[in-house]
Every structure is written in structure tokens, then in C-alpha cells.
Design a protein around this ligand. Structure first.
Ligand SMILES: NC(=O)C1=CN([C@@H]2O[C@H](COP(=O)(O)OP(=O)(O)OC[C@H]3O[C@@H](n4cnc5c(N)ncnc54)[C@H](OP(=O)(O)O)[C@@H]3O)[C@@H](O)[C@H]2O)C=CC1
Ligand SMILES: CC(=O)[C@@H](O)[C@H](O)COP(=O)(O)O
Ligand SMILES: [Mn+2]
Length: 379
């Protein structure tokens, strides 16, 4: 029996993880969490009977307590609550399906408590990869990627000697605005940006896919997960999202992982690694697919991808600034406060103003997040 905590169980990855649980009777849910969606969490409590849940917002946690006064589920709140459910004694694996840098502390504490990590929450690695990866090594804790590209690369590596890898090739769908010009992007709406061609995902990552920041974050995520130089990580546009990523070896062989765009596949893979589960969520019919195509990303129009490469080349706290500025700007865009093309402008502004701290501590990273929010607020 694999006993699990899902951080962010009411989101896109969280709910799909529960769909995987539905198909696998040897997965037992011990703890769940939400930011504020207590209606859905309440349904999840009835169905999966967790021991403990965390509601980030205290008022909402209190409301849920009133609703569940007859139930024996324990309800905690805030960041301390997230840490509590990520470190419960009886838990084997923690699925990090939170969105944003809020995932850093619970992930660190879960590693210290020696929980296996199934990681979807890429912002945690983008900003604190320099702390998380050595910590996981120190505690001998596996970090298994859920992000589809990284799960693909993880499978393509298949235990090969790292020195035989020439390149990692991350595929990108290109998002809903692939092929559009700057002029056309001036007119796009929030609704357009959320309309991803292949994947159904949470709002923040959908906007990141539209700006190509998602791919930039994934380049940095790959650097930390696979301990590879940034110069060896390439991005190629593959509009069909069937090839999830590839590894090119020194002999010219390219190994790819293919499958339907369905996150239940990498989620199940991460939960069962090193075993491969014999449950298919969605089969791929190659004959029906027709063509698989590839294009160069448009770096001039979609500036976020270059900003991400730049930030990780500078290193230190700069990827934190990139990520925190992006979280800030995407939030503004989601609330109709700025236009789509303002997102890279905000990110670039914060990066230009920042004096990088090398070899940052956790405190430096969290302070940098705050600094970034303040500099953008006062702009
Ligand atoms: N969705 C996908 O297919 C993929 C997602 N990822 C990554 O996985 C992570 C999750 O993405 P996704 O599931 O789409 O996101 P969602 O927005 O759909 O879900 C996020 C979850 O985290 C909770 N949450 C949000 N903000 C906070 C906060 N400040 N404190 C505590 N809990 C919070 C949400 O609660 P509430 O419901 O109340 O908002 C929800 O449960 C992201 O890092 C994303 O980049 C990676 C690959 C694919
Ligand atoms: C499903 C997943 O892993 C997402 O990160 C996805 O890759 C987003 O699509 P883009 O390739 O458009 O960024
Ligand atoms: Mn991805």
C-alpha cells in the first residue's frame, strides 16, 4: 500500500491524481489540501476519507470545520498545516501539486521527513532547485517528475551514463498563440490565453504555456532535476504534444517518449516508479495521428523563453526573480489588470533591477520573492 499526501488536491494535477487513485486500489489517501475550494475538498473527504486536510485560508478552514463537526477528519490551515500534512509519519509519498513558490517549504520538510516526492510544482525547483536537489541527495529521497516533459526525459534516460547525453530536447506545443505576431498578440484576451490546444490545465500554467514561460520554467526545472548544463537543453515546438520530450545521445541516437496528452500517465508513472503499472488511461493510435511536426520557437515574439534562459545563466537569485515576477504578472493578467504582452515586460523590469545573490539560502530566496513583488508593486 502506498500512502499518499496530495498537496493541492483540488487543482488540475490534484484531481487527476485522485483519478489515478480511483483506478489503483493499492493507493491510500492520507491527506489532502486546498487553497480555498472547500466545496470540492468536502466531496474529496467523503470519498477518500483522509485522516487530515489543510485549507490554506484560515476562515475557509473554520467554515469547513463547522460543516464537518460530526466527522473525525482533522482540519489544519496555513503553511504550517501544509508542512504538517507533508510530513505525517504514515505517509510514504507526497504529490506536490500546488501552484507557485508556496510549495518550497512543504517540499523541503517532506524531504527531511524522508517522503518520496512526486513533483508537479515546477516553481519550487525553478527557484530553490539549488537547495532541494542536494537535500534530496543528502536524505536519499527520490524526486520523480510529474511534469510531462521531465517524466519523458526521466524515462528516456533509463539509467544511461550521464556523460553519454548530448542534449535534452524539451517539446513545446507553442500554446494557443503559436504563429501569432506581436501585433496580433496586442488584441488577445484572457479567454484566448486559457484556451490551450492540447492540455486541460490550471489557469496559471495555461497562461505560462501561452507566453512560453512554461517552457522557460521547464528548461530550469530540467537543469536541476537532471543536473545538466543549460547549454545542453533545447526547446523545439511540436504542436501535436504527442512526443513529450527527447534525449539525444553522443552517438546521434534520439530516444523519445510518446503518448496522449493525458497527465494521468505521468502521475501514475511517478507514483509507481520504479515499477510500471499495467493500467492504461488512454491509448495512442499512431495511425489516427497522421503527422508529427517540429518548428523553431519564435524567441522574438515570445520573450519569456529567452528571459528564462538568461536568468538561469546568471544563476543565484535571478531565476527566483524571473519566477516571482511571472507569478505576479500572471496574477494581474488573470485579474484583467494588465495585457498579455505586459507579462514579459514586468519580468524583464524586475530582472534588470535585481542585484543577484549567489549561492542563496532559503531566506535569500524568500526575501527575493518579496523584493520582486515590492519592486513591481511600486513600478
Ligand atoms: N495542470 C497540469 O496539467 C500540469 C501542471 N503542472 C504544474 O503543477 C502545478 C499545479 O498545477 P495545476 O494543477 O494546473 O494548478 P491548479 O491551479 O489547477 O491547482 C493548484 C492547487 O494548489 C492550490 N493552491 C493554489 N495556490 C495555493 C496557495 N497559495 N497555497 C496553498 N494552496 C494553493 C489550489 O487550491 P484551489 O483549488 O483552492 O485554488 C489547487 O488545489 C503547477 O506548478 C504547474 O505548473 C505541471 C505539468 C502539467
Ligand atoms: C502537461 C504539461 O506538462 C504542461 O507543462 C504542458 O507541457 C504545457 O504545454 P506547453 O508545451 O504548451 O507548455
Ligand atoms: Mn510540462
Amino acid at each position: 500500500m502506498n500512502k499518499i499526501t496530495i498537496l493541492g488536491s483540488t487543482g488540475s494535477i490534484g484531481t487527476q491524481t485522485l483519478e489515478v487513485v480511483d483506478k489503483n486500489t493499492d493507493l491510500k489517501v492520507v491527506a489532502l489540501s486546498t487553497y480555498q475550494n472547500i466545496d470540492l475538498l468536502e466531496q474529496q473527504i467523503y470519498r477518500y476519507k483522509p485522516k487530515k486536510v489543510c485549507v490554506m485560508i484560515e476562515d475557509k478552514a473554520n467554515e469547513l470545520k463547522r460543516r464537518l463537526v460530526m466527522s473525525d477528519v482533522q482540519i489544519v490551515s496555513g503553511i504550517e498545516g501544509l508542512i504538517e500534512i507533508a510530513t505525517l509519519d504514515e505517509v510514504d509519498s507526497v504529490i506536490t501539486a500546488l501552484v507557485g513558490m508556496i510549495g518550497i517549504k512543504p517540499t523541503i520538510e517532506a524531504i527531511r521527513a524522508r517522503k518520496k516526492i512526486a513533483l508537479a510544482n515546477k516553481e519550487t525547483l525553478v527557484t530553490a532547485g539549488s537547495i532541494i536537489m542536494p537535500l534530496a541527495k543528502e536524505y536519499d529521497v527520490p524526486i520523480i517528475p510529474i511534469d510531462s516533459e521531465h517524466c519523458a526525459i526521466f524515462q528516456c534516460l533509463n539509467g544511461e551514463d550521464k556523460n553519454t547525453v548530448d542534449k535534452m530536447i524539451l517539446t513545446a506545443s507553442g500554446g494557443p498563440f503559436r504563429g501569432k505576431s506581436i501585433e496580433e498578440l496586442k488584441k488577445v484576451t484572457l479567454e484566448d490565453a486559457l484556451n490551450h490546444p492540447n492540455w486541460s490545465m490550471g489557469k496559471k500554467i495555461s497562461v505560462d504555456s501561452a507566453t512560453l514561460m512554461n517552457k522557460g520554467l521547464e528548461v530550469i526545472e530540467a537543469k536541476w532535476l537532471f543536473d545538466i548544463e543549460i547549454e545542453k537543453i533545447d526547446v523545439v515546438i511540436h504542436p501535436q504534444s504527442i512526443i513529450h520530450s527527447m534525449v539525444e545521445y553522443i552517438d546521434g541516437s534520439i530516444i523519445a517518449q510518446l503518448g496522449e496528452p493525458d497527465m494521468r500517465i505521468p502521475i501514475q508513472y511517478a507514483l509507481y516508479h520504479p515499477l510500471r503499472r499495467d493500467i492504461k488511461h488512454k491509448a495512442t493510435n499512431l495511425l489516427k495521428l497522421g503527422q508529427l511536426t517540429f518548428e523553431e520557437p519564435d524567441y522574438n515574439t515570445f520573450k519569456c523563453l529567452n528571459l528564462a534562459y538568461e536568468s538561469i545563466k546568471i544563476g543565484g537569485t535571478m531565476p527566483t526573480v524571473l519566477n516571482a515576477a511571472n507569478e505576479y504578472a500572471v496574477n494581474k493578467f488573470l485579474n484583467n489588470k494588465i495585457a498579455f504582452l505586459d507579462i514579459p515586460v514586468e519580468v524583464e523590469y524586475a530582472m534588470e533591477k535585481h542585484c543577484t545573490i549567489n549561492n542563496p539560502t532559503l531566506e535569500d530566496i524568500l526575501e527575493t520573492e518579496k523584493w520582486t513583488q515590492e519592486i513591481l508593486e511600486s513600478r
